[in-house]
Write a protein of this length. Structure first.
Length: 358
């Protein structure tokens, strides 16, 4: 059965009326329900970079849900460089203040769950993903150098807490493999409603490229796969070109799309560099994980041996010294969250660059 997608023209002042219309056209019984609003907070990027969901959209959705009596939580798990720094990424992106008190660091409570995937038996998800009655996903309209586009399905990869994201990435390194993994995570808990922030369109080597062009559209659907199909069309691509969409169809998660509104392709849309980038992607991902993956270590000078981190570690990766066993550690950063003496230090090339002082 094909899924409906509604595309509305929208600039920031239009958001209240357009989001109102989307919530009427895609009704759900919000009153009294726990709703996770899941923006894309890739890392500590300011709103004008167009890397993260625009805070004006987050604010509008939060206000309208609160007015309808929903219990709202806003949260995401940032990617490389943002690990262990959810609060900072949410503040820099403007999403923490746009959440009007509903932002929660959802990395702090994680649970391990079984998934149907050839890349993992179990994955650590933020607990709220399991507890929420409804999930509204607010992805950005962006390219992705590995999966071609970052949209509704890819936004659910942020359900994963801490370093499991990177760890799984190293098992699913190529376009096909990583696309499958993204769909497997999406299939664990598809969002109930997806509203794509298409204020601008990101071109080039996403998901954090600096190439932006005006688009001025919101794309809404119950189905994140259908929303992704509409994104592909606007990028000038066919569904068949996007492996995630093909694989979602093969897994029985998608049966076609019916688009209402302007899905006309953007002329000369600049997709990510294909051939060579995708050929070297497996090597790049391995090297990136080994040399740039942020890892925790204990600063013995600052440590008072309270053992909070030892108790907090879900993998028993910290001994009584205390010292972290790198082979066991999954970089969930629970130890850092628990240490009130700043004795757990996160470091890694990309992380150090993004979080450098001054
Ligand atoms: S929580 Fe911090 S101070 Fe306490 S043992 Fe761990 S590293 Fe040391
Ligand atoms: S040592 Fe344990 S608590 Fe700290 S990041 Fe690694 S797995 Fe998580």
């Amino acid at each position: 059965m094909s899924e409906r997608v509604l595309i509305l023209p929208a600039e920031i002042p239009d958001f209240p009326s357009q989001v109102e219309r989307i919530l009427e056209e895609f009704p759900l019984p919000w009153e009294g329900r726990l709703v996770l609003v899941k923006p894309n907070i890739l890392g500590p990027f300011p709103p004008q970079k167009g890397v993260t969901t625009h805070p004006a959209l987050v604010r509008t959705v939060v206000r309208q849900l609160a007015r309808r009596g929903a219990k709202v939580v806003v949260g995401d798990n940032p990617g490389v460089g943002g690990y262990g720094a959810n609060q900072k990424a949410a503040e820099v992106s403007g999403i923490a203040s746009a959440s009007e008190g509903f932002f929660v660091n959802i990395a702090q409570q994680a649970v391990e769950e079984r998934v149907k995937s050839r890349y993992a038996d179990k994955v650590r998800f933020s607990r709220i993903v399991l507890e929420a009655d409804y999930i509204i996903s607010l992805p950005r309209f962006k390219t992705h150098s590995l999966t071609q586009l970052t949209g509704g399905m890819k936004n659910t990869y942020g359900y994963i807490a801490g370093g499991d994201k990177s760890r799984l990435h190293t098992r699913a390194r190529g376009t096909r493999q990583f696309s499958e993994l993204v769909v497997d995570i999406f299939a664990f808990r598809p969002p109930d409603l997806t509203i794509v922030d298409g204020l601008t369109a990101m071109e080039g080597e996403g998901p954090s490229s600096s190439e932006l062009r005006p688009l001025g559209r919101l794309i809404a659907s119950y189905s994140a796969v259908a929303a992704d199909s509409a994104i592909a069309r606007i990028m000038g691509r066919r569904e068949a070109d996007i492996f995630q969409i093909r694989y979602a169809g093969a897994r029985g998660l998608y049966g076609g799309v019916q688009i209402e509104g302007d899905a006309s392709p953007l002329p000369d849309f600049n997709m990510p560099f294909g051939g060579l980038r995708r050929l070297v992607a497996p090597l790049v991902n391995t090297v990136a994980f080994r040399y740039t993956h942020p890892r925790p270590r204990i600063d013995i000078e600052k440590c008072v041996r309270c053992m909070r981190c030892v108790e907090a570690c879900p993998l028993q990766a910290i001994d009584d010294t205390p010292r972290i066993d790198r082979d066991r550690c999954i970089s969930c950063y629970c130890c850092q969250e628990m240490c009130i003496y700043d004795a757990v230090v996160i470091s890694g090339l990309v992380y150090n660059f993004i979080h450098r002082k001054g």
